[in-house]
Write a protein that binds this ligand. Structure first.
Ligand SMILES: CC(C)(COP(=O)(O)OP(=O)(O)OC[C@H]1O[C@@H](n2cnc3c(N)ncnc32)[C@H](O)[C@@H]1OP(=O)(O)O)[C@@H](O)C(=O)NCCC(=O)NCCS
Length: 235
């Protein structure tokens, strides 16, 4: 609630009342569909290597809050709002997440988090210790539409593979066309769409669409067996 209030205040100050009302209508529409997500998965052992980085681009993996450089932290707080971002950074690193930064000439242009499965529960289906979740992709507005997100995502998939993970997942809200289009340029493949409710003691998932076979419970990360993602499914 506090986060939302801060966001509203920031938006109102920088965009004015009319734009804020239009934005509010979009947010209400999105909230209506907030439980509907597209689930995508990537088999990390079958991936081609990520493209080389040119034009001053680099990807950095930050594994703890103390590793986050002050200048990078300042950019994240400025772009997303300190009130939201400071506690989020603390919480995510506390959960064992890694923060992947895409930089151009040493300035952050985008980011993506990876979260080990122990800290994301419940999930829409059971995960293995070798599964990892990617979340909260963001490319700052001035750099959008230039293929930055697919580039970062492909490097992150390569990075988590090097850390020993064999499969990655990402959830995307059904209305998020830019992200769904962007992920088509990565090894992620659409597995289906589902709605999820977390009730006391219960995780209720209603599948609206199921394209590939879902992984079976208890499969090891090395052998996903019949749960393997079909290479023909596209995001
Ligand atoms: C989703 C997002 C990360 C994509 O990043 P990106 O680097 O712009 O990705 P791409 O360059 O692959 O562009 C993806 C799509 O964005 C749209 N796009 C193109 N130019 C754009 C621009 N200037 N501004 C916004 N979107 C644009 C297009 O639909 C494009 O698809 P196309 O290449 O098939 O035409 C970025 O739009 C973003 O940060 N959005 C806000 C946060 C968000 O929704 N994150 C996803 C959470 S799961």
């Amino acid at each position: 609630m506090r986060d939302r209030w801060f966001r509203l205040r920031r938006y109102l100050t920088s965009h004015g009342l009319c734009a804020t009302c239009r934005r509010a209508a979009v947010v209400v529409g999105r909230r209506f569909f907030r439980r509907r997500v597209v689930i995508l998965g990537a088999e990390l052992n079958d991936m081609p290597p990520p493209p080389d980085l040119h034009d001053g681009l680099s990807v950095t993996c930050v594994e703890s809050e103390s590793q986050l450089r002050q200048e990078d932290r300042a950019v994240l707080l400025e772009k997303r709002g300190a009130e939201i971002m400071a506690p989020l950074i603390q919480r995510r690193f506390g959960y064992g997440a890694d923060l992947w930064l895409l930089k151009r000439n040493d300035t952050v242009v985008g980011m993506l988090w990876s979260l080990p499965r122990e800290t994301w529960r419940p999930h829409v289906f059971p995960l293995t210790p070798r599964d990892i979740l990617l979340l909260d992709a963001e490319v700052f507005p001035e750099f959008r539409g230039q293929g930055m997100n697919p580039l970062l995502t492909r490097h992150v998939l390569h990075g988590v593979k090097n850390k020993g993970y064999t499969r990655a997942y990402i959830h995307v809200a059904i209305w998020n066309t830019p992200q769904l289009r962007s992920l088509r340029k990565t090894p992620f493949r659409r597995l289906g769409a589902a709605s999820q409710w977390v009730l006391p003691g219960r995780n209720v998932v209603v599948w609206n669409e199921m394209l590939g076979q879902m992984p079976a419970q208890g499969q090891s990360g090395d052998d996903h067996g019949p749960g393997s993602l079909s290479p023909n499914d596209t995001a």
